[in-house]
Design a protein around this ligand. Structure first.
Ligand code: IMP
Ligand code: MG
Length: 173
């Protein structure tokens, strides 16, 4: 099936360079800690795969899959857990790995769920941040790129489940 070719917003090279910096920073900050990266499927898998290889300290990974409840409730950010973590997280220094932070609703709800399980600490790394769209305040600890209010695809991000395989972040024309 033919796909349109989105216009490049952030190139493969720019993404790789930024992830190398984030990996260094995270490796420094989490030295001697009990780092557990948590990827929220599916958008963040590409970022997760690259970021974990840029981290040079011992660490573990886990995955979660959530879905929004019906459209009426969607704006509340309340999500249903489709696939939960494999292990308890008490005592771990969690780093939630996100593809993009938009309204912040999903993440804010998800972090409440995770916080209630008693991790030692919990922070967030997001590849992209669209601060103009925020509806609820979310503390962002590590941000790859801050972008304007545009719908982006590629590097894991989809439009109707397509474009996730693009190696760069692009804008549909
Ligand atoms: P929110 O922060 O609760 O609004 O949800 C963020 C989620 O919405 C992300 O994990 C993406 O799945 C999706 N999303 C938001 N903005 C974009 C975009 O520009 N492109 C693709 N997906 C997006
Ligand atoms: Mg999505």
């Amino acid at each position: 099936m033919k796909q349109d070719v989105p216009k490049v917003l952030i190139s493969e090279e720019e993404i790789a360079a930024r992830i190398a910096q984030l990996g260094e920073q995270i490796s420094r900050d989490y030295q001697g800690k009990n780092l557990l990266l948590i990827s929220v499927l599916k958008g963040s898998v590409v970022f997760m795969a690259d970021l974990m290889r840029a981290i040079t300290i011992p660490m573990q990974i886990d995955f979660m899959s959530v879905s929004s409840y019906g459209s009426g409730v969607k704006t509340s950010g309340v999500v249903k857990i489709i696939k939960d973590l494999d292990q308890p997280i008490a005592g771990y220094d969690l780093l939630i790995v996100e593809d993009i932070l938009d309204s912040g609703l999903t993440l804010s709800y998800l972090s409440e769920i995770l916080q209630s399980r008693g991790p030692k600490s919990m922070k967030l790394v997001t590849l992209l941040d669209k601060p103009e769209r925020r509806q609820i305040e979310v503390e962002t600890h590590y941000v790859g790129f801050t972008i304007a209010d545009e719908f982006v695809v590629g590097y894991g991000l989809d439009f109707n489940e397509k474009y996730r395989n693009l190696p760069y972040v692009g804008v549909l024309q």
